[in-house]
Design a protein around this ligand. Structure first.
Ligand SMILES: Cc1ncc(COP(=O)(O)O)c(C=O)c1O
Length: 377
């Protein structure tokens, strides 16, 4: 079976470096917030071109700690998209804010900045820009919007390590950029991990307090914090893999180019790039009517494709109390107010993509996709 992502291949590729990293931690005196985390924070910030990085336990916490660090809390509204991992909305809910969900652009599948503008109201305090699949959100429009209205701008870069907009790494446009190191991400741990990058020293200091009970350097709680630390073993493993990240993202782009070439006449909608951007291709997502039939045929052919995401955030019942949907017709709780999001949820299909996939495998997948599309008609 060929999987949509396959982090074990990376573990095998970096086996020696990972073993050395783990034994370094075993021999060290500190298992939590020690030298590995401090060094990783510096190295990851440098990779992104940011002044600082704060290691946290996962990508969801990265977003909620960034929002809290920027003063977002109960009563505030945060504009984002419904077409994202539910984690984005969970992070907004975790700070007690309301997620105001707007529709996405049907081609690029990231936030429609004009709809974000139309959703701004008196309670709006922040925007979370999601670089979904590794596709940068339209940052020219979003940074202008945030500036004009004095909004906090947080970037959800969980799927976008290595992605750039106008040559600048994502996560460095707003107040904070939030990363996940879930094993399938472009930079994956062997477990959970996350980080927030920022150029704001005061914000970095605040987030370092929040990730550890609100403690200051004297271990006195200055606010109510959480326990969300990146542990030393994960930090050491991430350090072992970080030097390969740029090459891994290049390989993801090569695979994407190969798919685009092989599938150009397959009757699918292929990924459409945001202008002036370099996609990180954590996921390679095509669109096709009758998606579920194609998915089933692919599984029969030994290819496990994925769906990101079948149920948009505004259709998760457990989140109804902390979201507000704003459609193109204006505010309102109309369940059908996000038509592009709903159409996307019904038609997206994620094809396997990870750096260790060979050209021959990509070719095999592409032939199977064509065959599955033909036989599903
Ligand atoms: C877009 C997006 N945001 C946030 C997250 C949350 O990251 P984590 O699973 O590390 O909490 C993820 C990870 O799945 C994601 O894909």
């Amino acid at each position: 079976m060929i999987f949509t992502s396959y982090p074990k291949a990376q573990t095998e590729h970096y086996a020696k470096e990972i073993a050395a990293a783990i034994s370094r931690v075993l021999d060290s005196p500190t298992y939590i917030l020690g030298e590995e985390t401090r060094s990783f924070e510096k190295e990851f910030a440098a990779f992104c071109g940011a002044a600082d990085a704060v290691g946290v336990a996962n990508g969801t916490d990265a977003i909620s700690i960034a929002l809290r660090g920027c003063g977002i809390g109960p009563g505030d509204e945060v504009i984002t998209v419904s077409h994202t991992a539910i984690a984005t909305v969970a992070a907004i809910a975790a700070v007690g804010a309301t997620a105001v969900l707007v529709d996405v652009d049907p081609d690029t599948m990231v936030i429609n900045a004009a709809l974000a503008r139309a959703a701004i109201g008196p309670k709006t305090k922040a925007i979370v820009a999601v670089h979904l699949y590794g596709q940068p959100a339209p940052m020219d429009e979003l940074t202008a919007l945030a500036k004009e209205h004095g909004l906090v701008l947080v970037e959800d870069c969980a799927q976008a390590h290595g992605a750039r907009y106008r040559g600048q790494h994502v996560g460095t446009f707003g107040h904070a950029g939030c990363f996940s190191f879930y094993p399938t991400k472009n930079l994956g741990a062997i477990g959970d991990g996350g980080a927030v990058i920022t150029n704001d020293a005061a914000l970095a200091a605040k987030m370092r307090q929040l990730r550890q009970y609100g403690w200051d350097t004297d271990r006195v709680g200055q606010s109510v914090g959480v326990n969300s630390r990146l542990d030393e073993i994960q930090a050491a493993i991430l350090r072992a893999k970080l030097p390969g990240l740029a090459g891994d993202v290049d390989r993801r782009r090569q695979i994407a180019d190969l798919y685009a070439h092989l599938l150009k006449d397959a009757g699918l909608q292929l990924p459409v790039a945001i202008p002036n951007s370099a996609h990180g291709f954590n996921l390679y997502v095509v669109r096709i009517a009758g998606r579920d039939r194609v998915l089933a045929r692919l599984a029969e052919a030994g290819i496990s494709a994925g769906i990101h995401y079948a149920v948009p955030a505004h259709r998760h019942p457990g989140y109804a109390h902390c979201i507000r949907v704003v459609g193109s017709g204006g505010a309102g709780a109309d369940a059908d107010a996000l038509p592009e999001t709903d159409r996307i949820a019904a038609t997206v299909l994620s094809l396997p993509i990870y750096p260790e996939l060979t050209d021959a495998q990509v070719d095999k997948i592409a032939q199977a996709v064509k065959q599955s599309v033909r036989s599903s008609k």
